[in-house]
Design a binder for this molecule. Structure first.
Ligand code: ATR
Length: 288
């Protein structure tokens, strides 16, 4: 790509940003689609977020991604917020509009696109979520939004899962989400097989030998297991899912698709599956 007077800039606002894969993915898509865009990381210090968003607008930036620790804090500096992002309470993508930026959440639509890519259909299914942090909550909202029949949340601290269930049921209807303690799985999972989304940090590098539930009987219930962790690439959870005959995926594709959707929003284009697969390969190469 040759940059010139027409090049548009996008970037990542976060702290830290040094480990990010987003420039690789975004600049690859720009190259593949011939868009005159460049994507760079912006390390924004605590306390500088408002100035950064205003400055981005003043500098005519086309858009930004927002990462840790600013995904919720950024909400107050936006001129508009997409309804799904509002419901999730976190924004990871800013799109330039009249007078400022509109916030979107592409993390969860990214997970959904990853599932579509993998041929996993959640329509009319009761989907299991492990964990009750911010990520688990966002997954529950997305599953409602995309047509799952219900979600079953399991968490070490069941009260936290119940809090998410109450919140989601507030807009989804009384029985959409149910919450339990981890050890209750045997009594609760009555159907043959489930799609399970592992949304805790258990098993993440360096604690790679850890897994949220260790018992074999749990893994006999899993048809598809998503671990939202992507480091390591094959978590203990995924290994257990696979060894019991289930299909196991990590969070890398979700990461790619959140970037794909952001690129589509900024550039008003559709990214093909082939280009998305190219992004996945780029990321795998870079991680070697
Ligand atoms: P995030 O907002 O990124 O989702 P979080 O709020 O720290 O992160 O949530 C982490 C999740 O991992 C929680 O569900 C947590 O369980 P608790 O609610 O009981 O704290 C879960 N988690 C973390 N370490 C765990 C462990 N060793 N065993 C079981 N669950 C664990």
């Amino acid at each position: 790509m040759i940059y010139d007077g027409h090049t548009r800039t996008c970037g990542l606002i976060g702290n830290p940003v040094e480990h990010t894969m987003s420039p690789l993915i975004q600049n690859f898509m720009a190259e593949e689609t011939g868009k005159n865009m460049v994507y760079v990381p912006f390390h924004v210090q605590q306390g500088d977020l408002e100035a950064a968003v205003k400055g981005a607008y003043a500098l005519n930036l086309l858009g930004c991604n927002v990462t840790v620790p600013y995904k919720s804090d950024v909400l107050e500096y936006l001129v508009d917020i997409d309804p799904l992002a509002k419901r999730i309470g976190a924004v990871n993508t800013l799109v330039r509009v009249e007078g400022g930026y509109k916030g979107y959440n592409t993390d969860m639509p990214g997970l959904y696109r990853a599932m579509v890519h993998d041929g996993v259909d959640i329509t009319g299914k009761k989907v299991v979520i492990l964990g009750a942090g911010g990520v688990a909550r966002a997954v529950a909202v997305m599953l409602y939004d995309k047509g799952a029949e219900g979600v079953i949340l399991f968490n070490r601290t069941p009260e936290k899962a119940q809090q998410i269930a109450d919140e989601v049921n507030g807009f989804a209807g009384a029985d959409f989400a149910k919450a339990y303690a981890l050890e209750d799985y045997a009594d609760v999972l009555k159907e043959e097989k489930y799609i399970v989304i592992q949304a805790t940090s258990v098993g993440m590098h360096p604690g790679v030998e850890k897994v949220i539930i260790a018992e074999d009987a749990f893994y006999d219930k899993i048809e598809v297991g998503y671990d939202l962790i992507f480091n390591p690439a094959n978590t203990r959870f995924m290994q257990l899912v696979s060894s019991h005959g289930g299909r196991a995926y990590n969070g890398a594709k979700m990461l790619v698709y959140q970037g794909v959707i952001a690129f589509e929003l900024w550039n008003n284009v559709s990214i093909s599956r082939k280009v998305a697969e190219g992004c996945i390969r780029q990321m795998e190469e870079a991680r070697k």
